[in-house]
Design a protein around this ligand. Structure first.
Ligand code: NAD
Length: 471
C-alpha cells in the first residue's frame, strides 16, 4: 500500500462520481461528505509485565442526520484516522440504503489483538469506553458501537458493563452497544447477520435472469463456484450460507495462506482444522496455494473478499477472473479496481449495502433493548394456537389429515431468530432491488457501486433538505 493511499479519499472519489447523477446543490453534497466529528484519543494502559503502553484510538461520527450514530469498533494494527473516517462515512451511506435510521460512525484502536492477553484487552476496551463516555461519544441515543474486525461479543459485553457502571439506573443502557452476547441483551441472529446478509444480497442478484444473462451465468446460487477471503465472522458465515444453499466453496484464503479444491471445501471442517492446527493450510483433500492472494485470482463465479480494505487494487485487478465480486468486507476494492472491472465486464456488488446485514440486525437489537422484551415473546404462543386451530378446521372441513411435517411448519409460531432472519431477508431483498433499479433506470451510471451511492445520497440529502440547517 503506498504511503499516500487514502481510504477516505477513495470513498470521496466514489461519492463524487455518483453525485453527478443527483440533483443536489454543492452545499448539501459537501455537508453529506464531511465527517462531522473526529475524536482522536491517547490513553495509557498497564501491561501484564508492569510496563505502560500508550494507546492510539479513534471514534468518528460522520453524520447526525439520523440519531444515534452507529458503527463498529475495530482492533487492528493498521487503524488510523483516515481509515476510521472512511468506515464511518460508509456507515452513513449503508444505513441510508437499508433504511436503518442511524447516522454513520466508526471506532478503532491501533493494536494487534493477538499481541495482548484477554485481561489487557479488557482493560483497553474499558478505558476506551470511559474515554467515549467522557466526551459523550457513546449512549443509546447518541452513538452506538458494534463489533468489527478484531472485536466480537466479548468486547461488546465489556463496553456495556463499563457504560452501565458509569450510568447507574439508566434504564436503556443496554442500547449503548450492539453485537452483545444474547445473555446480555444481544439478539439471536446478530452473530451471523453480516454473512447472512451477504448471502441474501448475492442470492437476489443471482436470481435476476437479465443480470445473469448479461454476465453469462445460470440463474440461482446452486452449483456456483465461490472463493472467500477471510475466515472471520463475516467470511465464515458468508461461506457457510453459500455452502448450505448448494454452492461450492472452491477456495478459502486466510492471512497465513490459502487452499483450493475443485470438489468444494467443507467450511466447518476447514474451520475445525484451523482450530486444531492453527492454519488452514494442509487441509486434507485440498491443495495449498503458494501465496494467500492467489485465491483472489482464481477462476470462479463469485469472489467474496471478507477480510480488509484495499486488497484488490489496480495492481492485481487485471488478474481477477471471477464473474461476480461480492464485497463482504468494507472497501476491499479501490476505485481503480472498479474501473478495471467495468471494462472487463465483472459485476461488483458493493459493500455499501451488501454487508449491511450486521447493522440491520444491530438495529433490531437496539429496538429490542429499548423495548425491553424479546422478539416473539408476546405473540409466539398466540400464533401457534391460532394456526393449530386453522389447521384443525381445514382438516375437519376437508376430511383429510395434513402431512405432519407440513403441519408443524404451518403451526410453528416465530421465535426471535425467525423474526430476525425474516427482517434481514426483507431488508436485503428490498435494498438489492432498490440499488439495481437505480442502475437499470439510468444507463449512464457505470456500475452498481455508483448506483448504491446515488440511492444513499438521495436519502441523506432529503433528510438535510427537510430538516434545514441549524440555527
Ligand atoms: P474478523 O476479525 O472476524 O475476521 C477477519 C478475518 O480476515 C480474520 O480471520 C483474519 O485472519 C482474516 N485476514 C486478515 N488479513 C487477511 C488477508 N490478507 N488474507 C486473508 N485473510 C485475512 O472480522 P470481521 O468482523 O469478519 O470483518 C471483516 C470485514 O467485514 C471488515 O472489513 C469489516 O469492516 C467488515 N464488516 C464486518 C461486520 C461485522 O458485523 N463483523 C459488518 C460489516 C462489515
Amino acid at each position: 500500500m503506498s504511503d499516500n493511499y487514502s481510504f477516505f479519499g477513495d470513498v470521496e472519489k466514489s461519492f463524487d462520481k455518483a453525485a453527478k447523477f443527483t440533483k443536489w446543490t454543492a452545499g448539501i453534497l459537501e455537508q453529506i461528505k464531511a465527517c462531522n466529528a473526529v475524536y482522536r484519543m491517547r490513553f495509557p494502559i498497564k501491561r501484564d509485565d508492569g510496563s505502560i503502553e500508550v494507546m492510539e484510538a479513534y471514534r468518528v461520527q460522520h453524520s447526525q442526520h439520523k440519531m444515534p450514530c452507529k458503527g463498529g469498533i475495530r482492533f487492528a494494527a493498521e487503524v488510523n484516522q483516515d481509515e476510521v473516517m472512511a468506515l464511518a462515512a460508509l456507515m452513513t451511506y449503508k444505513c441510508a440504503i437499508v433504511n436503518v435510521p442511524f447516522g454513520g460512525g466508526k471506532g478503532g484502536i491501533k493494536i494487534n489483538p493477538r499481541n495482548y492477553s484477554p485481561y489487557e484487552l479488557e482493560k483497553i476496551t474499558r478505558r476506551y469506553t470511559a474515554e467515549l463516555i467522557r466526551k459523550n461519544f457513546i449512549g443509546p441515543g447518541t452513538d452506538v458501537p458494534a463489533p468489527d474486525y478484531g472485536t466480537g461479543e466479548r468486547e461488546m459485553a465489556w463496553i456495556l458493563d463499563t457504560y452501565s457502571a458509569m450510568h447507574p439506573g439508566e434504564i436503556d443502557a443496554a442500547g449503548c452497544v450492539t453485537g452483545k452476547p444474547v445473555s446480555q441483551g444481544g439478539v439471536r441472529g446478530r452473530r451471523e447477520a453480516t454473512g447472512l446478509g451477504v448471502f441474501f444480497g448475492l442470492r437476489e442478484v443471482c436470481n435476476m435472469t437479465d443480470i445473469m444473462n448479461k454476465y453469462g451465468l445460470p440463474v440461482g446460487v446452486e452449483g456456483k463456484k465461490v472463493v472467500v477471503q477471510g475466515l472471520g465472522n463475516v467470511g465464515y458465515h458468508s461461506a457457510k450460507f453459500f455452502q448450505d444453499a448448494g454452492a461450492l466453496i472452491v477456495a478459502l484464503s486466510e492471512y497465513e495462506g490459502a487452499i483450493h479444491s475443485d470438489k468444494g471445501l467443507d467450511i466447518e471442517a476447514v474451520f475445525e482444522h484451523r482450530k486444531k492446527t492453527g492454519s488452514i493450510l494442509n487441509f486434507p483433500g485440498a491443495t495449498n496455494f503458494e501465496k494467500n492472494t492467489d485465491a483472489l485470482e482464481m477462476e470462479c463465479d463469485i469472489l467474496i473478499p471478507a477480510a480488509l480494505e484495499n486488497v484488490i487494487n489496480e495492481e492485481n485487478a487485471p488478474r481477477v477472473k471471477a464473474k461476480i465480486i461480492g464485497e463482504a468486507a468494507n472497501g476491499p476494492l479501490t476505485p481503480e479496481a472498479d474501473e478495471v472491472f467495468v471494462k472487463k465486464g465483472i459485476l461488483v456488488v458493493p459493500d455499501m449495502f451488501l454487508n449491511a446485514g450486521g447493522v440491520t440486525v444491530s438495529y433490531f437489537e437496539w429496538l429490542k433493548n429499548l423495548s425491553h422484551v424479546r422478539y416473539g415473546r408476546m405473540e409466539k404462543r398466540f400464533n401457534e394456537n391460532m394456526n393449530a386451530h386453522i389447521v384443525s378446521q381445514m382438516e375437519a372441513l376437508s376430511g383429510k389429515k395434513m402431512n405432519e411435517k407440513e403441519k408443524e411448519y404451518i403451526v410453528h409460531g416465530a421465535d426471535e431468530v425467525d423474526l430476525v432472519y425474516s427482517g434481514l431477508e426483507e431488508t436485503m431483498i428490498t435494498a438489492t432491488h432498490e440499488v439495481m433499479n437505480e442502475w437499470k433506470n439510468n444507463p449512464e451510471i457505470p456500475d452498481m457501486r455508483t448506483a448504491a451511492y446515488v440511492v444513499a445520497i438521495n436519502k441523506v440529502a432529503t433528510s438535510y433538505a427537510e430538516l434545514g440547517i441549524f440555527p
